[in-house]
Design a protein around this ligand. Structure first.
Ligand code: G3H
Ligand code: 13P
Ligand code: ZN
Length: 326
């Protein structure tokens, strides 16, 4: 049976984005697939009083199960209240990289308060048509929609592109007007995964394009995908404990901080969390090879994740303390 996100205690992104743009910070959009990741996200955000976007890819939805996810999100709302002594924090449940109208519709029926329709691999016209269709449906239920213009290099779910196609500033105003989207994901040199740049490449994103886009649609909420920084101390730990990650390079945190001060109001982070969990689990396995209680390695992984998220919230996104902005 269909459920509204409002019945689960969730919020959509509209008010949150308006406040984030005005306040010069970005809201964390952390991907999750399981309970430990969700616990770490909620603990980190509730303790720092940050709003949060719980982000679920189509792969994550298949992995976790859609019914379970609905109750996990509802549980997250209650858990945040427990940590904050009843106040709670604003929590959004968001579909990451939706690739069809049907998937977006199904997520809305299962209590999502925000969906992304990623039509960036289609022609400009087809992207507009598909995005518009999702917006018309979603807005009937007060659900917000994120669209994307431009293509990130790397793998986005099953689709992969070898080179970036940067978002063209000249197209954004037309796209936003014709589709009615609530936020826009752009391509300015970030990419998904842990290998964003080749060794020797200048690991810079195109903040100049971001500024041009902002001039075209002043104050409109912008989203950055592929924003993991791939912390080298964590990569080192993974390798120290038997991993094999060579030349893993991410986006410098200073560049993300600068972007978050602008109209970028949602920053997507998945890979850094995967790395932090992997390092912690590998450490336990390497140091205690006889350990076989999952709580003994998932627990430390959860703690490492929480620390990573707190660091992002406080030092990179600047969203700490903004849960109760008016
Ligand atoms: O953008 C991709 C996200 O990191 C989700 O990845 O499709 O492997 O769940 P996934
Ligand atoms: P990272 O792979 O850089 O963490 O990006 C995640 C993302 O954009 C999810 O949509
Ligand atoms: Zn993404």
């Amino acid at each position: 049976m269909a459920v509204s996100f409002k019945d689960l205690g969730l919020v959509n992104t509209k008010g949150l984005f308006a406040k984030a743009v005005k306040g010069g910070y970005a809201i964390p959009a952390f991907n999750f697939n399981n309970m430990e990741q969700l616990q770490a996200i909620i603990q980190a955000c509730a303790e720092t009083e940050s709003p949060v976007i719980l982000q679920v890819s189509s792969g994550a939805r298949k992995y976790a199960n859609e019914t379970l996810l609905r109750y996990m999100a509802q549980g997250a709302v209650e858990y945040a209240k427990e940590i904050t002594k009843g106040k709670g924090i604003p929590i959004v449940l968001h579909l990451d990289h939706g690739d069809s109208f049907e998937l977006c519709k199904s997520c809305i029926e299962y209590g999502f308060s925000s969906v992304m329709i990623d039509g960036s691999h289609h022609s400009y016209e087809k992207n507009i048509e598909l995005t518009r269709q999702v917006v018309e449906y979603a807005h009937k239920y007060d659900v917000c929609v994120e669209g994307e213009l431009g293509v990130l290099a790397g793998v986005e779910d099953e689709v992969s592109a070898e080179h970036h196609t940067y978002t063209q500033p000249s197209e954004v105003d037309d796209f936003v007007k014709k589709t009615g989207v609530d936020s826009l994901a752009i391509s300015i040199g970030t990419s998904h995964g842990a290998f964003k740049f080749k060794p020797g490449q200048d690991p810079k994103i195109r903040l100049d394009i971001l500024r041009e886009i902002e001039q075209m649609i002043p104050g409109f909420p912008i989203v950055l995908h592929g924003a993991s920084s791939v912390p080298q101390d964590i990569v080192k730990l993974v390798n120290q404990y038997g991993g094999k990650l060579q030349d893993a390079i991410g986006i410098g945190e200073d560049q993300l901080r600068e972007a978050a001060r602008s109209a970028v109001c949602k920053i997507n982070i998945d890979s850094d969390g995967r790395l932090a969990m992997t390092a912690a689990i590998r450490k336990v396995f390497a140091e205690k090879p006889s350990e076989f209680d999952p709580r003994k390695y998932l627990g430390p992984a959860r703690d490492a994740l929480k620390e990573l998220y707190k660091h992002k919230i406080v030092n990179v996104l600047g969203s700490a303390g903004h849960a109760y902005d008016l």
